[in-house]
Write a protein that binds this ligand. Structure first.
Ligand SMILES: Cc1cc2nc3c(=O)[nH]c(=O)nc-3n(C[C@H](O)[C@H](O)[C@H](O)COP(=O)(O)O)c2cc1C
Length: 217
C-alpha cells in the first residue's frame, strides 16, 4: 500500500457521563473497583478485563499487547502469561510497565502505571488448575513469541499432550505464571462532549496516601 487512507471522519461524541472530584474515592484501588464492577455489569459479552499491557526494553523501546486481568486488589493487578515471551523478556530487563483499559460502552479509560513482579508459584499453580483443560494444554504446547514454521506443529503438539494427559491433569509449566503490577499512578478518564474530557490522576505520595489532580484533556 503506497497511499494514505483517510479515516478522519471516524469520530464519536462522548455524552454518556461526567466525572467530578466529589465522586472520586480517595483510594484509587476503590475507585478502580467501582469502575470495574460497573463495566462488568454493562459489558455483556465483551471482555471488560481485557487490558493493554505496555512494557519496554532496557533501552526504553516500548511494545504493547492485550492480556486479561485475572485478579486485583490493593497489592496490585494480576495477569498470567509465558515467562519466556517477548513481554517477559522485557520485564526481566525493565520492571516498569503500564496497563490501559478502554471501555467504549462507558466511554471510559483507565491508565495504571507501576512496577511488575512475578506472583508466587503457588498463585500461578492455583490459577492454572482453574483453567479449562484445553487452555492448560495450549499453554504447554506454545512457546509463546517464538517463530514457528507452520500451524501444524502446534496442532500436533496439542494432540500429543491431549493423549498424554487424557486421564490426568497436566502440571503447571515452569515457564508459565503470573505477574502483579504494583501501581503508583492511576488515571481515570471519562469522555465528554467537544473533547473536554474529565481526567483525574492519582499519584502516590506516601504508603497509603495519594494526591488527586484534575488534568486538562
Ligand atoms: C482479548 C485478548 C486477551 C489476551 N489475553 C492474554 C493473556 O491473558 N495472557 C497472554 O499471555 N496473552 C494474552 N493474549 C495474547 C497477547 O495479546 C499476546 O499476543 C501474547 O501474550 C504474546 O505477546 P508478546 O509476544 O508481546 O509477549 C490476549 C490477546 C487478546 C486479544
Amino acid at each position: 500500500m503506497n497511499t494514505t487512507s483517510d479515516v478522519a471522519n471516524l469520530r464519536r461524541e462522548y455524552t454518556l457521563l461526567g466525572l467530578r472530584r466529589e465522586q472520586l474515592s480517595p483510594d484509587p484501588f476503590v475507585q478502580f473497583q467501582l469502575w470495574f464492577e460497573e463495566s462488568v455489569r454493562v459489558a455483556g459479552s465483551d471482555e471488560p478485563n481485557a487490558m493493554t499491557l505496555a512494557t519496554a526494553s532496557r533501552d526504553g523501546r516500548p511494545s504493547a499487547r492485550v492480556v486479561l486481568l485475572k485478579a486485583y486488589g490493593s497489592n496490585g493487578f494480576v495477569f498470567f502469561t509465558n515467562y519466556e515471551s517477548r513481554k517477559a523478556k522485557q520485564l526481566a530487563e525493565n520492571p516498569f510497565a503500564a496497563l490501559n483499559f478502554y471501555w467504549p460502552w462507558l466511554e471510559r479509560q483507565i491508565e495504571i502505571e507501576g512496577t511488575i513482579e512475578r506472583v508466587t508459584r503457588e498463585e500461578s499453580e492455583k490459577y492454572f488448575n482453574r483453567r479449562p483443560k484445553g487452555s492448560r494444554l495450549g499453554a504447554i504446547a506454545s512457546r509463546q513469541s517464538e517463530i514457528i514454521p507452520n500451524r501444524d506443529i502446534l496442532e500436533r503438539r496439542l494432540a500429543e499432550l491431549a493423549a498424554t494427559y487424557a486421564q490426568t491433569d497436566p502440571p503447571t509449566p515452569e515457564i508459565w505464571g503470573g505477574y502483579r503490577l504494583a501501581a503508583d499512578r492511576f488515571e481515570f478518564w471519562q469522555g465528554r462532549e467537544n473533547r473536554l474530557h474529565d481526567r483525574f490522576c492519582y499519584v502516590q505520595t506516601g504508603e497509603k496516601e495519594w494526591r488527586i489532580d484534575r488534568l486538562s484533556p
